[in-house]
Each structure stands twice: as C-alpha cells, then as structure tokens.
Design a protein around this ligand. Structure first.
Ligand code: FAD
Length: 480
C-alpha cells in the first residue's frame, strides 16, 4: 500500500465536471428514469405491502410475475452490455433507476439490483463474456421466463473480512475451491445471498488455497443446477423481504476452467472493483428509501384530515427542510460517485477505441469457433487487462471506491434518519401511510449493512480520501 500527498483537481472535487466533459446524456437519463417511475407506480408500489406480508409468512415465497413485468419495462437487462443484447447502461443510469424503484419498494428493487450485482464480475471479462451467460440472460428475457443471477461473497464466519483485501488474510474462510482435472471442486457455504434461492447463475468467490486467501481468492461462475449445490435455508428478514437472502452450500460442486471469471487469484481486486461499482447504486437505494418516506409524509400532511394544521407548525417545517437537505445531499453523493467511476476509472476503459470497435463486430462473427476461441483465450484476457491498466490505475480505482463508499455510508444513514423522523411525525394517526413508513424504516436498516457495513465503508473513505492511499485492485498484466 502506498500513500501520496492529497492534491485535488477541480474535477476531483466536483466529479460531475468531468462527467460533463465526457458527455453524459441527460436526455437519455431522463427517459430511463421516467420508464423506471412508470414501472414503480404501476407494478411496484401497489404490490409492496402485500409482498412484504407474504414473505414474512414464508421467506422463500417469490413473485416471478413482478420480475416478468420488470422485463417488459426494461428493468432487468438494461445494465448488460449492448453487444450481448442488453441496454448498455452504466452506473449513473442504474443508480437513477434504483432511486426510483426504491422510493416505491426497496425489497422489490433489490431483486433487480442483486441480479445486476450477480453479473457485474462478468463485465470485467469484457468481450470474452458477451456471448456466454450475459447473452443467455437476455435470451431468457425474450422467452418470458427470465433467469436471475446472484453474487456470493459472504460466508457464515466472514462478512466484513471478505470485503477488503487487508482483512482477507485473517478472515475465517471455510470455503475452498480445489483444483481437479479440467476445473475445480467447490466446498463450503455462503450466507445472506440476495436472490440466492432463485438465481440460475451465481458468481461466487472462494480461495483455491485456504492458507493464502488473498493470493488465491478467485471468482467462479456457477450454474445452480450443478450437482452438489443446495439452498440450505432462506432467512426470515426484517426488511427488503421481497428479495430472498439464502444460505447456499457446496458439496464437491464441479466448475470447469472456462467458468473461472478472469483468472485464478484475481478475485480480491475484482471484488474491490465490483464493490466500487455497486456502492453508488446502494447509495441510490438508500436515497430512494428516504425520498419514499419523505413523499409519503408530505402527501399525508397535505391531504389527510388527521394531519390538519401540522404544516403550520415550525418544528414540522424544520423537520421537512432537514429531510429535503439530507435527501438532496445523499443524491449528490451517489451521482458524484457514479460519474467518477464512469468517467475517470472504468468508463475510461469502456470508451477505449479498441474496446468500442469490438462492439461493432456482429455477434454472428464473434460466435464463430475461431473468433470465440481467440476472444476467450489467455491472450485476449491479457489484452483486456492491459486495456484496464491503460484506462485507469490502482489510485483512480481506490479513489473511486472511496467515493462510492462515502455515498453508500451517507445514504444508509440518511435513509435511517429520514424514515425514523417521518414515523415519529405521523405517530399513530396515519393509517395506511404509517404501514408504508414502518416498512420503509425496516427496509432502510439493510442499507447500512450490505455492500459492506457503514463502518467498513468509512474506513475506505479514510484510506482513499483522508489519506490518499492506493490499494491494489487491478489484476497484474501478462500473468496468463
Ligand atoms: C439481507 C442481507 C442481504 C445480503 N446480501 C448479500 C449478497 O447478495 N451477497 C453477499 O455476498 N453478501 C450479502 N450480504 C452480506 C453482507 O454484505 C454482510 O452482512 C456484511 O458484509 C457484514 O458482514 P457480517 O454480517 O458478517 O458482519 P460482521 O463482519 O461480523 O460485522 C459485525 C460488526 O462489526 C463491524 N466490523 C467488522 N469488522 C470490522 C473492522 N475491521 N473494522 C471496523 N468494524 C468492523 C461491522 O461494521 C459490524 O458493525 C447480505 C446481508 C444481509 C443482511
């Protein structure tokens, strides 16, 4: 780990300045937001309380109809790269969509968010991944029977410790991927995996040598129909219940070499890049929860007879102004983090002329045996990694990760504060709105826990912004 003197350019202090230079398409963002809002109003909010009740009675109950409706509104594959048939959206777009969905129901939104988290490690593989599972996911949407993904990092004895390279070395990891001819045999368990009981494919991280977890932490792509895989149980959750969190067990599950994502031992860095990309949307989830509570409260204060006169009171006006401030600043934080990630770090890779040129090669040509053979070869993997190094750096990624952590931690605290304050103001008077607020308060708590607890995220802020340290995220060049 190295430290450098903090020296911030204007674009570093205001990441959106860099984004404007990079040509963020605001019109497109508005259209996507309108689409998400329509889906949220027509399908998500009307179902939210009912699904919360049903999943309280039976945590493994799952609303596939809602997922199908989400497909019709383009809420599932919009993050998958265009060459694989998806919408090609990036972090700003997915964050904006998450805020909209979460203002309606964070649990339902999490189904879509956990799906995107599931396939996000594959995006690091670049063109080699376009014609595999990513294309299958889009094809499944067209059949009306969408397939979902999940991402499994957490273990029964290790949560925080497997989300940071410094802690990984002393984590109590019990899972293990053992090398065998043609692939690996996976053993162990993963816990609290969102979508874990409903996913067809799971990206998961395990060490190939438990004595050296940092050096051998590896990302695998697992077909959940594999022999030896089982869903041990589904958690009874406090909030965000619509999305099941499952404990998964692996008993000599075979994963072939082709399903090692990136390269053996690159998993710790890949996890950091994935978390840098997934924390701004979690900041947006939290912002959406806070906004949902604020809007319900305001609607109740304006329209309900039980609230008559409350808007005239100064303490209520101050509370509302405080909520507006909190939500506004939480939104700025996640937009800054998302735009930084797109235009300074990973976005620089995606906009590389070489990578863009490949996007125009028709899938029919890419899928020819010799082209596919090259795209999935070690040389092509090395070329993708070299591109990553040309487009970004460990320092840029560490800074991006820290901004993402800042947005996530601040968002989570704001969600708890605003939902709690809204509940206090309505008291026992508010009827159905109270039930929605109470649910949002339960939903909010999770945003302080998953994608790294707020404590861990604030340590990332200390490391990446207060101390300007650099952690090693990018895989080394030319190891294949
Ligand atoms: C509903 C739900 C859904 C989830 N979905 C997923 C998923 O899809 N995939 C996945 O992989 N994981 C998932 N998680 C797991 C989540 O990421 C972990 O719960 C989280 O990382 C915390 O780990 P832990 O629960 O083991 O807590 P612990 O790591 O045991 O932490 C306990 C407390 O100690 C603090 N702490 C621990 N270490 C440190 C440290 N070094 N410095 C300072 N404080 C520290 C923590 O901040 C926390 O307050 C989910 C969790 C929940 C509850």
């Amino acid at each position: 780990m190295t430290t450098s003197t903090p020296e911030r350019s204007l674009c570093e202090s205001f990441p959106r300045l860099a984004a404007n230079g990079g040509g963020l398409d605001v019109g497109e963002l508005e259209r996507l937001r309108a689409r998400a809002r329509r889906f949220a109003e027509e399908h998500v909010r009307p179902r939210a309380l009912e699904i919360d009740r049903r999943t309280d009675e039976d945590p493994s109950w799952f609303d596939w109809d809602l997922v199908r409706a989400g497909v019709e509104h383009g809420m599932l594959g919009f993050m998958i790269p265009k060459p694989a048939g998806g919408g090609g959206a990036r972090c700003t777009q997915s964050s904006v969509v998450m805020e909209e969905l979460c203002a309606a129901c964070p649990g339902i939104a999490l189904i879509f968010g956990a799906h995107a988290l599931g396939f996000s490690p594959l995006l690091l593989g670049g063109p080699s991944q376009w014609d595999g599972v990513l294309a299958d996911l889009i094809a499944s949407e067209r059949t009306g029977e969408p397939l979902l993904m999940a991402c499994a990092i957490t273990e029964p004895e290790a949560g925080t410790d497997v989300e940071d390279p410094d802690l990984l070395t002393r984590a109590r990891i019990t899972s293990h991927a053992r090398r065998v001819p043609g692939g690996f045999r996976l053993n162990g368990a993963k816990r609290f995996i969102s979508n874990g009981s409903v996913a067809r494919w799971i990206t998961l991280l395990m060490p190939t040598d438990p004595r050296r977890p940092l050096e051998t932490w590896t990302c695998f792509l697992l077909d959940t129909r594999s022999e030896g895989f089982a869903v041990a149980r589904v958690e009874h959750k406090m909030g965000q219940r619509a999305c099941p969190a499952a404990e998964l067990t692996f008993n000599e599950v075979f994963v072939p070499d082709e399903q090692v994502v990136s390269r053996e031992g690159d998993g710790a860095g890949a996890t950091m890049i994935v978390l840098a990309s997934s924390r701004p949307p979690v900041g947006a989830i939290a912002t959406g929860i806070a906004r949902g509570a604020y809007e319900r409260l305001l609607g109740w204060l304006e329209e309900d007879r039980a609230a008559r006169g409350m808007l005239e009171r100064q303490h209520v006006q101050l509370a509302l102004a405080h909520m507006e401030e909190d939500i506004h600043l939480a939104r700025q934080a996640y937009m800054d983090a998302a735009t930084e990630l797109e235009h300074t770090a990973l976005g620089a890779v995606m906009s590389n002329p070489g990578a863009r040129a490949l996007e125009h090669v028709p899938a029919s040509i890419r899928r020819r045996a010799h082209v596919r053979g090259w795209l999935t070869s070690d040389r092509a993997r090395d070329a993708t990694i070299a591109l990553l190094h040309r487009g970004t750096s460990d320092r840029a990624m560490t800074r991006s990760l820290a901004l993402s952590s800042l947005a996530k931690a601040r968002g989570g605290d704001v969600a708890m504060r605003v939902t709690g304050a809204a509940l206090e103001l309505v008291g026992l008077r508010a009827g159905p709105v109270r039930a929605e607020l109470e649910k949002l308060w339960r939903d909010a708590k999770l945003t302080q826990i998953y994608e790294g607890t707020n404590q861990l995220n604030r340590l990332e802020v200390y490391r990446g912004l207060c101390r300007s340290e650099t952690i090693s995220c990018l895989p080394p060049v030319g190891r294949s």
